[in-house]
Design a protein around this ligand. Structure first.
Ligand code: PGA
Length: 262
């Protein structure tokens, strides 16, 4: 499928802090990220801090970057100890949420059946959902990456009409590249992103597939970001480790913004 010019999809850089930082360190990092985001208005920046710090960071961000949850409940409210609803994220000035990060799919056993319900709650609340998909090393080595990505998308998007998915972002994150220092080559990532768009076109429409942002995650760093983002299929990145370093993350944001000037 022919790709539209990258200029038509606003690049997105997400910083997934996972279970890292303290409140003080998170606020300090956020100040530097706000400055980097303001200096690079061509890129959109979203930060996913630990839940207890969301409110303070959202206040500090003051719109310079999006703040989002690393997860939300598949339920709306009630007796679900330890869970956080999509509505609570909105109430805490969040505007985005990660759905189905591999550390939840593989680490906590979250299935597509659960994720499709989480996605529904995120959409109802008005959050920008970032749906994560990606194959394991064994799946890649047995040439099943394409099928796994396709099946995860079909499973997680089941029951969601195109009209409800205007803000959807897909993060392609090969499990073997997350936190390992091993990055997919830009060509491998771009091929996976084409798979994502083929599935979206098949499920919905070519127009929807071309319009939807697909970002890459898995050991994105200050050195490889420009190379990855220069590929027209790669609309930005979901960054773990390197999002905890202000200077490195600023370089990654600038690399995404530079895509618009390319
Ligand atoms: P990483 O994490 O950049 O540390 O590999 C990416 C992610 O888990 O989103």
């Amino acid at each position: 499928m022919a790709s539209r010019s990258p200029h038509t999809r606003i690049p997105l850089v997400g910083g997934n802090w996972k279970m890292n930082t303290t409140r003080a360190a998170g606020l300090e990092l956020s100040r530097a990220i706000a400055a980097a985001a303001r200096a690079n208005p061509a890129a959109e920046v979203a930060i996913y801090p630990p839940f207890p710090y969301l409110a303070a960071i959202a206040e500090l961000a003051a719109g310079a970057f999006r703040v989002g949850g690393q997860d939300c409940s598949a339920e709306t409210s009630g007796a679900f100890t330890g869970q956080t609803s999509a509505g609570m994220l909105i109430d805490t000035s969040c505007s985005s949420v990660l759905i189905g990060h591999s550390e939840r799919r593989h680490g906590l056993g979250e299935t597509d059946a659960i994720l499709t319900r989480k996605l529904a709650r995120a959409i109802e609340a008005g959050l920008m959902p970032v749906l994560c998909v990606g194959e394991t090393l064994a799946e890649r080595e047995s040439n099943r990456a394409h099928d796994v990505i396709d099946a995860q998308l079909r499973g997680s998007l089941a029951g969601h009409p195109e009209a409800s998915l205007a803000n959807l972002v897909i993060a392609y994150e090969p499990v073997w590249a997350i936190g390992t220092g091993r990055t997919a080559t830009p060509d491998d990532a771009a091929e996976a992103h084409r798979t994502v768009r083929q599935t979206l076109a098949d499920l919905y429409s070519a127009r929807f597939a071309e319009r939807t942002r697909v970002i890459y995650g898995g050991s994105v760093n200050a050195k490889n970001a420009a190379d990855l983002f220069s590929h027209e299929e790669i609309d930005g990145g979901l960054v773990g480790g390197a999002s905890l370093n202000a200077a490195d993350f600023a370089t990654i944001i600038a690399a995404a913004a530079a895509r618009c000037q390319a």
